[in-house]
Design a protein around this ligand. Structure first.
Ligand code: AMP
Length: 119
C-alpha cells in the first residue's frame, strides 16, 4: 500500500482545506477533530507522509518518533489534562478501523471515558 497524497490530512498539511489548529512546528501538526467524541478530542499528526502507526515506526527517524510523542505530552498539558488524565488512540489499518490513511494519534479527554478496547 502506498501513501495517498490526496488523503484529507495531506490536504490539511498543504493548507488546501482548513483545520482548527492547536499546535504546529516543522515536524508536527495538531488540530481539533471535526467530530469530537469527548470534550477534548485532538488529532496529532507527523508532517511526513506516513500511512499509519506501523509505517511511521518502521520508517521514520528515531528522533522524529521521539519528537512526536513529546509533543503529544506537551499538548495534553496545553489542555491541562495531565492531572485528570486522557486517552491516546491510534487506529491502524482496516481491522484497526483507520479511516484516514495518514498516521494520527487521537488525544481524547476532558471527561471520564468509557471502555474502548475490543469489538
Ligand atoms: P481514524 O478513524 O482513526 O482514521 O480517525 C479519523 C478522524 O479524523 C475521525 O475522528 C474524524 O472525525 C476526523 N476527521 C476527518 N476529517 C477531518 C477534518 N477535515 N478535520 C478534522 N478531523 C477530521
Amino acid at each position: 500500500m502506498s501513501y495517498d497524497v490526496n488523503n484529507i490530512f495531506a490536504r490539511i498539511l498543504r493548507q488546501e482545506i482548513p483545520c482548527n489548529k492547536v499546535f504546529e512546528d516543522d515536524k508536527v501538526l495538531a488540530f481539533h477533530d471535526v467530530h469530537p467524541k469527548a470534550p477534548i478530542h485532538i488529532l496529532i499528526i507527523p508532517k511526513g507522509a506516513y500511512i499509519n502507526f506501523h509505517d511511521f515506526h518502521q520508517h521514520a527517524e528515531p528522533e522524529t518518533i521521539i519528537h512526536l510523542y513529546k509533543k503529544v505530552a506537551d499538548i495534553a498539558e496545553q489542555f491541562n489534562l495531565q492531572q485528570s488524565g486522557y486517552r491516546l488512540i491510534t487506529n491502524c489499518g482496516v481491522d484497526g478501523g483507520q479511516e484516514v490513511p495518514h498516521y494520527h494519534i487521537h488525544l481524547v479527554g476532558g471527561d471520564k471515558l468509557g471502555t474502548a478496547v475490543g469489538k
